[in-house]
Design a protein around this ligand. Structure first.
Ligand code: G1P
Length: 286
């Protein structure tokens, strides 16, 4: 069955960005000229996804307004003859078919995904964590969908990370299958470096079969007392194959202030309009 739906999780508090995130969703922080969340939506759409299920929470209304249509703004831009901007605003509002569901308790990523059970239904779905912004020629999710089409198994994105960083990622125990492709033998959420089964860290892109929901339902709270998707996948392993794919592209972690700043710089330096001047400015600072 074709993967038509993508879940994008945006229900977390963003405590790493406090105080800023006290009154503003972190997903709306800008990466150059667009909010972080738009990169995940664009990746999903660019990968052929037809419907997006966005998990939000209290205080996240700005996300819904952003992807909505604003007749007032369009009227204003029309009056001012700002046709280029007007076109951009309309394209943004038409960018994706998005439905929203609220995560009413902060019980972790697994719980956020479980919230979408009825909306996803009995079909495979993709999951994108917007903090992970992936800069690649072919959208990372599209690369993974190709693997899914061939194997019809769960597929998770991985990349090599440094050993001391295992405490920040889900880590897989891999069995190499083909170029960039592994069978997952086990997976563990945020282990200490000495306990990590490899240096392949999970990146926030997943393609999941509908059975994941039954697994999530019985997954007990794990790391940080939260329901972890990594633990649910480990439960699923007994019954289903889970593959890991080392995607081509550069991942930026926009989920921390420093990571967000780095992502802005890396993307801005590549930007045709602002890149050259920024480069000059930065070299003057050093
Ligand atoms: C989540 C997952 C983790 C994964 C990471 C990727 O953790 O639980 O397995 O490696 O995303 O960004 P978080 O960063 O939300 O704590």
């Amino acid at each position: 069955m074709k993967v038509r739906k993508a879940v994008i999780t945006a229900g977390g508090w963003g405590t790493r960005f406090l105080p800023l995130t006290k009154s503003q969703p972190k997903e709306m922080l800008p990466l150059i000229d667009k909010p972080i969340i738009q990169y995940a939506v664009a990746e999903a759409i660019g990968s052929g996804i037809e419907q997006i299920i966005l998990v939000t929470a209290l205080g996240k209304n700005a996300i819904e307004d952003y992807f909505d249509r604003s007749f007032e703004l369009e009227y204003l831009l029309e009056q001012k003859g700002e046709t280029k901007l007007l076109k951009r605003m309309r394209a943004l509002a038409n960018m994706a078919d998005i439905c929203y569901i609220r995560q009413k308790e902060q019980r972790g990523l697994g719980h956020a995904i479980l919230t979408t059970r009825e909306l996803v239904g009995e079909e495979p779905c993709a999951v994108l964590l917007p903090d992970d912004v992936i800069d690649s020629k072919t959208p990372a999710l599209k690369q993974m969908l190709k693997v899914y089409e061939e194997h019809k198994s769960n597929v998770i994105a991985v990349e090599r990370i440094s050993r001391q960083d295992t405490v920040s990622y889900g880590i897989i125990e891999p069995e190499p299958l083909a170029d960039r492709l592994y069978r997952v033998l086990s997976l563990v959420e945020k282990p200490e470096p000495d306990d990590a089964p490899s240096d392949l860290g999970i990146v926030g892109r997943y393609i999941l079969t509908p059975e994941i929901f039954a697994a999530l339902k019985v997954t007990p709270p794990g790391k940080k007392g939260e329901i972890q998707i990594t633990d649910a996948l480990q439960l699923l392993l007994g019954r289903q194959e889970v593959l890991a794919y080392e995607f081509e592209g550069i991942r930026h972690d926009a989920g921390t202030p420093l990571g967000w700043l780095k992502a802005n710089l890396a993307l801005a330096l590549k930007h045709p309009e602002i890149g050259p001047e920024l480069k000059e400015y930065l070299s003057g600072l050093l």
